[in-house]
Design a protein around this ligand. Sequence first.
Ligand code: HEM
Length: 176
Amino acid sequence: MKGTITRCAKELVESTFGADQWLAILEDAKVDEETRHRLAYPTTDIDDSMAKDILASTAKVLGLTAEQVADAFGEHWCCVYAPKIYSSIITRFDSAREMILGMDKIHVQMTATIKNARPPRFDYQWQDDRTLIVTYKSFRGMIDIYRGLVLGVGKLFNEPLSARKLDNTQVEIVFG
Ligand code: HEM
Protein backbone atom coordinates (compact mmCIF):
# COMPACT_ATOMS: atom_id res chain seq x y z
CA MET A 1 0.00 0.00 0.00
CA LYS A 2 1.14 3.50 -0.71
CA GLY A 3 3.01 5.38 2.02
CA THR A 4 0.44 8.17 1.93
CA ILE A 5 -1.69 6.06 4.31
CA THR A 6 1.11 5.51 6.85
CA ARG A 7 2.21 9.13 6.49
CA CYS A 8 -1.27 10.30 7.45
CA ALA A 9 -1.36 7.87 10.41
CA LYS A 10 2.04 9.16 11.60
CA GLU A 11 0.89 12.76 11.34
CA LEU A 12 -2.31 12.02 13.22
CA VAL A 13 -0.59 10.18 16.09
CA GLU A 14 2.28 12.66 16.43
CA SER A 15 0.03 15.72 16.43
CA THR A 16 -2.63 14.30 18.76
CA PHE A 17 -0.71 11.93 21.05
CA GLY A 18 2.97 12.87 20.65
CA ALA A 19 6.07 11.56 18.86
CA ASP A 20 6.88 9.11 21.68
CA GLN A 21 3.55 7.33 21.14
CA TRP A 22 4.30 6.98 17.43
CA LEU A 23 7.65 5.39 18.32
CA ALA A 24 5.89 3.01 20.73
CA ILE A 25 3.52 2.03 17.91
CA LEU A 26 6.42 1.34 15.52
CA GLU A 27 8.07 -0.79 18.23
CA ASP A 28 4.87 -2.72 18.89
CA ALA A 29 4.34 -3.35 15.15
CA LYS A 30 8.01 -4.42 14.83
CA VAL A 31 8.68 -1.96 12.01
CA ASP A 32 12.29 -2.25 10.81
CA GLU A 33 14.59 0.77 10.46
CA GLU A 34 14.44 0.86 6.67
CA THR A 35 10.62 0.93 6.64
CA ARG A 36 10.57 3.60 9.37
CA HIS A 37 12.44 5.93 7.06
CA ARG A 38 10.21 5.21 4.09
CA LEU A 39 6.74 5.28 5.61
CA ALA A 40 6.33 9.03 5.38
CA TYR A 41 6.80 9.15 1.58
CA PRO A 42 3.40 9.23 -0.16
CA THR A 43 4.31 7.11 -3.18
CA THR A 44 6.61 4.56 -1.54
CA ASP A 45 5.35 0.97 -1.22
CA ILE A 46 4.64 -0.22 2.30
CA ASP A 47 3.88 -3.89 2.71
CA ASP A 48 0.09 -4.26 3.20
CA SER A 49 0.48 -6.43 6.28
CA MET A 50 2.93 -3.91 7.77
CA ALA A 51 0.51 -1.02 7.19
CA LYS A 52 -2.30 -3.03 8.81
CA ASP A 53 -0.02 -3.99 11.74
CA ILE A 54 0.72 -0.30 12.29
CA LEU A 55 -3.01 0.49 12.46
CA ALA A 56 -3.59 -2.45 14.82
CA SER A 57 -0.69 -1.36 17.06
CA THR A 58 -2.07 2.19 17.04
CA ALA A 59 -5.25 0.84 18.64
CA LYS A 60 -3.31 -1.33 21.10
CA VAL A 61 -0.80 1.32 22.22
CA LEU A 62 -3.37 4.13 22.49
CA GLY A 63 -6.00 1.91 24.12
CA LEU A 64 -8.56 2.47 21.37
CA THR A 65 -10.75 0.09 19.37
CA ALA A 66 -9.97 -0.57 15.70
CA GLU A 67 -13.11 1.36 14.86
CA GLN A 68 -12.04 4.39 16.91
CA VAL A 69 -8.67 4.40 15.13
CA ALA A 70 -10.42 4.14 11.75
CA ASP A 71 -12.71 7.06 12.63
CA ALA A 72 -9.80 9.23 13.85
CA PHE A 73 -7.82 8.31 10.72
CA GLY A 74 -10.77 9.17 8.45
CA GLU A 75 -11.32 12.53 10.10
CA HIS A 76 -7.63 13.43 9.99
CA TRP A 77 -7.32 12.35 6.35
CA CYS A 78 -10.35 14.32 5.19
CA CYS A 79 -10.14 17.43 7.37
CA VAL A 80 -6.39 17.97 7.84
CA TYR A 81 -4.17 15.77 5.64
CA ALA A 82 -5.94 15.71 2.25
CA PRO A 83 -6.72 19.48 2.24
CA LYS A 84 -2.94 20.07 2.54
CA ILE A 85 -1.66 17.34 0.21
CA TYR A 86 -4.52 16.87 -2.26
CA SER A 87 -6.31 20.24 -2.19
CA SER A 88 -6.79 20.23 -5.98
CA ILE A 89 -8.90 17.08 -5.59
CA ILE A 90 -10.90 18.25 -2.56
CA THR A 91 -11.90 21.52 -4.24
CA ARG A 92 -13.58 19.59 -7.09
CA PHE A 93 -16.43 18.67 -4.72
CA ASP A 94 -19.19 20.84 -3.23
CA SER A 95 -20.87 18.32 -0.94
CA ALA A 96 -20.32 15.07 0.95
CA ARG A 97 -22.54 13.21 -1.53
CA GLU A 98 -20.51 14.43 -4.50
CA MET A 99 -17.20 13.55 -2.89
CA ILE A 100 -18.25 10.06 -1.76
CA LEU A 101 -19.71 9.32 -5.21
CA GLY A 102 -16.58 10.72 -6.89
CA MET A 103 -14.12 8.50 -5.01
CA ASP A 104 -14.21 5.50 -7.35
CA LYS A 105 -13.09 7.63 -10.29
CA ILE A 106 -10.60 9.64 -8.21
CA HIS A 107 -8.81 6.52 -6.96
CA VAL A 108 -8.52 5.15 -10.48
CA GLN A 109 -7.33 8.46 -11.98
CA MET A 110 -5.03 9.39 -9.16
CA THR A 111 -3.21 6.05 -9.05
CA ALA A 112 -3.14 5.44 -12.84
CA THR A 113 0.39 6.75 -13.14
CA ILE A 114 1.69 5.51 -9.77
CA LYS A 115 3.65 2.28 -10.06
CA ASN A 116 2.31 -0.66 -8.00
CA ALA A 117 -0.85 1.16 -6.90
CA ARG A 118 -3.90 -1.07 -6.42
CA PRO A 119 -6.59 1.33 -5.30
CA PRO A 120 -9.89 0.30 -3.73
CA ARG A 121 -12.92 0.48 -6.03
CA PHE A 122 -16.50 1.41 -5.10
CA ASP A 123 -19.94 0.55 -6.52
CA TYR A 124 -22.86 2.81 -5.64
CA GLN A 125 -26.51 1.93 -5.34
CA TRP A 126 -29.22 4.33 -4.13
CA GLN A 127 -31.90 2.77 -1.94
CA ASP A 128 -33.91 5.98 -1.63
CA ASP A 129 -33.01 9.66 -2.07
CA ARG A 130 -31.01 9.73 1.20
CA THR A 131 -29.72 6.18 1.50
CA LEU A 132 -26.70 4.97 -0.46
CA ILE A 133 -25.30 1.45 -0.36
CA VAL A 134 -21.61 1.37 -1.22
CA THR A 135 -19.88 -1.87 -2.15
CA TYR A 136 -16.23 -1.62 -1.18
CA LYS A 137 -13.97 -3.68 -3.45
CA SER A 138 -10.43 -4.23 -2.27
CA PHE A 139 -8.35 -7.30 -1.58
CA ARG A 140 -7.12 -5.49 1.56
CA GLY A 141 -10.37 -5.80 3.52
CA MET A 142 -10.11 -2.35 5.16
CA ILE A 143 -13.82 -1.58 5.35
CA ASP A 144 -13.51 0.01 8.82
CA ILE A 145 -11.10 2.54 7.32
CA TYR A 146 -13.58 3.10 4.48
CA ARG A 147 -16.36 3.81 6.98
CA GLY A 148 -14.08 6.18 8.95
CA LEU A 149 -13.23 8.07 5.76
CA VAL A 150 -16.93 8.42 4.86
CA LEU A 151 -17.59 9.97 8.28
CA GLY A 152 -14.57 12.23 7.69
CA VAL A 153 -16.10 13.45 4.42
CA GLY A 154 -19.26 14.39 6.37
CA LYS A 155 -17.13 16.37 8.84
CA LEU A 156 -15.20 18.08 6.03
CA PHE A 157 -18.44 19.46 4.56
CA ASN A 158 -20.02 19.88 7.98
CA GLU A 159 -22.95 17.73 6.88
CA PRO A 160 -24.75 15.27 9.13
CA LEU A 161 -24.47 11.72 7.79
CA SER A 162 -24.33 8.24 9.24
CA ALA A 163 -22.37 5.25 7.97
CA ARG A 164 -23.10 1.69 9.04
CA LYS A 165 -21.10 -1.39 8.08
CA LEU A 166 -23.51 -4.01 6.75
CA ASP A 167 -20.83 -6.67 6.25
CA ASN A 168 -17.18 -6.78 5.16
CA THR A 169 -17.97 -5.37 1.70
CA GLN A 170 -20.94 -3.03 2.17
CA VAL A 171 -21.59 0.24 3.98
CA GLU A 172 -24.96 1.98 4.24
CA ILE A 173 -24.69 5.76 4.19
CA VAL A 174 -27.66 7.92 5.18
CA PHE A 175 -27.30 11.59 4.27
CA GLY A 176 -28.67 14.42 6.49
C1 HEM B 1 -8.29 13.50 -1.68
C2 HEM B 1 -8.83 12.39 -1.65
C3 HEM B 1 -8.18 11.03 -1.74
C4 HEM B 1 -7.04 10.61 -2.38
C5 HEM B 1 -6.09 11.43 -3.19
C6 HEM B 1 -6.90 9.19 -2.11
C7 HEM B 1 -5.85 8.38 -2.53
C8 HEM B 1 -5.59 7.11 -2.06
C9 HEM B 1 -4.40 6.34 -2.30
C10 HEM B 1 -3.21 6.80 -3.16
C11 HEM B 1 -4.52 5.16 -1.65
C12 HEM B 1 -3.51 3.98 -1.64
C13 HEM B 1 -3.87 3.04 -2.77
C14 HEM B 1 -2.83 1.97 -3.04
O1 HEM B 1 -1.89 1.81 -2.27
O2 HEM B 1 -2.94 1.25 -4.06
C15 HEM B 1 -5.80 5.18 -0.98
C16 HEM B 1 -6.30 4.17 -0.19
C17 HEM B 1 -7.61 4.14 0.30
N1 HEM B 1 -8.58 5.07 0.08
FE1 HEM B 1 -8.30 6.90 -0.69
N2 HEM B 1 -7.95 8.79 -1.33
C18 HEM B 1 -8.74 9.89 -1.08
C19 HEM B 1 -9.89 9.90 -0.33
C20 HEM B 1 -10.58 8.79 0.08
C21 HEM B 1 -11.91 8.79 0.62
C22 HEM B 1 -12.72 10.05 0.89
C23 HEM B 1 -12.25 7.49 0.83
C24 HEM B 1 -13.53 6.91 1.33
C25 HEM B 1 -14.67 7.58 1.32
C26 HEM B 1 -11.10 6.67 0.48
C27 HEM B 1 -10.97 5.30 0.64
C28 HEM B 1 -9.75 4.64 0.66
C29 HEM B 1 -9.51 3.34 1.32
C30 HEM B 1 -10.53 2.51 2.10
C31 HEM B 1 -8.14 3.05 1.12
C32 HEM B 1 -7.34 1.87 1.73
C33 HEM B 1 -6.83 0.88 0.74
C34 HEM B 1 -7.80 -0.24 0.41
O3 HEM B 1 -8.88 -0.32 1.02
O4 HEM B 1 -7.48 -1.04 -0.50
N3 HEM B 1 -10.12 7.50 0.01
N4 HEM B 1 -6.44 6.38 -1.26
